[in-house]
Design a protein around this ligand. Structure first.
Ligand SMILES: Cc1cc2nc3c(=O)[nH]c(=O)nc-3n(C[C@H](O)[C@H](O)[C@H](O)COP(=O)(O)OP(=O)(O)OC[C@H]3O[C@@H](n4cnc5c(N)ncnc54)[C@H](O)[C@@H]3O)c2cc1C
Length: 300
């Protein structure tokens, strides 16, 4: 099928884009990479009269790193983020998650901001922003506001974004030294949305104990899940196999999936536990590899 007729607007600044959103309200829709929106238009599940393409707003395409902050523009594509040294160094969990998103062609066009704004609970980006305590910067006719990722996602495909607001930037605190990260997922076919995914970013203290643990799980609830109980069990410990298994068991007990035609609730819960065990083990190994050999022995 083809979309219903619409007027295409191509603003070159955020102010122009928000003015268009304010003018056309719920008759308009923002277009980012189009990897979710274009199929919705083609199937006529979305019928906006005005499409506001963000593709010409250069200020939304930058990645900027300072000592205290990593800032990623909403229109940065998955590929571009993955090629960025700043992202790899400051947000290793994000760098690990990016290659799991869809297929190469989709990663070339899809944007980090589009994924967060779309808020699919099976998607990688929303879960990663939740685990990394990202701040989501939003622009509207009244100016900008900052929203913690923990408050951004309300339900499947529903966020706190208002009709006349744009997500413009994702801000993260850079990962400290001695940090490792891993992401893994289970999908029916390579490139499909995963049934369940999990990511972990772990920072070790100089003595080899866990200083900080961040764990997220996709595909188990209506919003991206953060496994805080598992995180607290790891923090302060000198993690061995038993501690990791206990953390995974806590993560598994902490999710409340519902079954659907793709997988039962029990299957999703079991996979979540197995994936958390795997990614925590891998993230810890990678964090330990950043330390001197004597400290690596201590943390083993
Ligand atoms: C076959 C296939 C497989 C896929 N597999 C995966 C997968 O495994 N993991 C995954 O995460 N995704 C997957 N996707 C979705 C893909 O990642 C999309 O790119 C992503 O969901 C949306 O990003 P986009 O930039 O394409 O946004 P668009 O499709 O342009 O927009 C999506 C929605 O967000 C809104 N929006 C976009 N940007 C903004 C903004 N800055 N401010 C406010 N609202 C905005 C739009 O109005 C629209 O409602 C898949 C898609 C396909 C077609």
């Amino acid at each position: 099928m083809k979309p219903v007729d619409f007027d295409l607007h191509q603003p070159t600044t955020v102010a122009e884009a928000t003015a268009l959103l304010a003018k056309y309200g719920d008759e308009s829709k923002v277009l980012a990479g189009g990897q979710s929106l274009i199929p919705l238009l083609n199937f006529r599940l979305a019928r906006p009269e005005h499409l506001i393409d963000l593709g010409r707003i250069a200020s939304l395409t930058t990645v900027h790193r300072t000592a205290d902050e990593l800032s990623i523009g909403a229109m940065v594509t998955y590929d571009r983020a993955h090629q960025s040294t700043a992202v790899r160094e400051a947000a290793p969990l994000l760098a690990e998650a990016l290659p799991h998103i869809a297929h190469r062609a989709i990663r070339a066009r899809g944007t980090v901001g589009g994924s967060v704004a779309h808020a699919d609970p099976a998607a990688e980006m929303p879960a990663v922003t939740r685990a990394l305590d990202a701040v989501l910067v939003v622009a509207g006719p009244q100016g900008r506001r900052e929203i913690d990722a923990s408050e951004f996602f309300l339900a499947n495909l529903v966020t706190v974004l208002r009709d006349d607001e744009l997500l413009v930037e994702i801000r993260l605190k850079p990962a400290p030294a001695r940090t490792g990260a891993a992401f893994d997922e289970v999908a029916r076919r390579r490139g499909d949305f995963a049934l369940v995914g999990a990511g972990a970013q772990i920072t070790l203290a100089a003595d080899g104990t866990v200083e900080q643990a961040r764990i997220c799980i996709t595909g188990v609830e209506r919003t991206p899940h953060r496994a805080t109980e598992a995180e607290s069990l790891l923090v302060g410990s000198r993690p061995d196999v038993r501690t990791i298994e206990a953390a995974a068991a806590r993560a598994q007990a902490g999710v409340e999936p519902t079954g659907d035609l793709h997988a039962t609730a029990d299957y999703r819960r079991d996979v979540a536990g197995a994936l958390v065990e795997r990614v925590v083990t891998e993230a810890l190994d990678r964090a330990a590899q950043t330390m001197s050999p004597s400290l690596q022995e201590k943390s083993a």
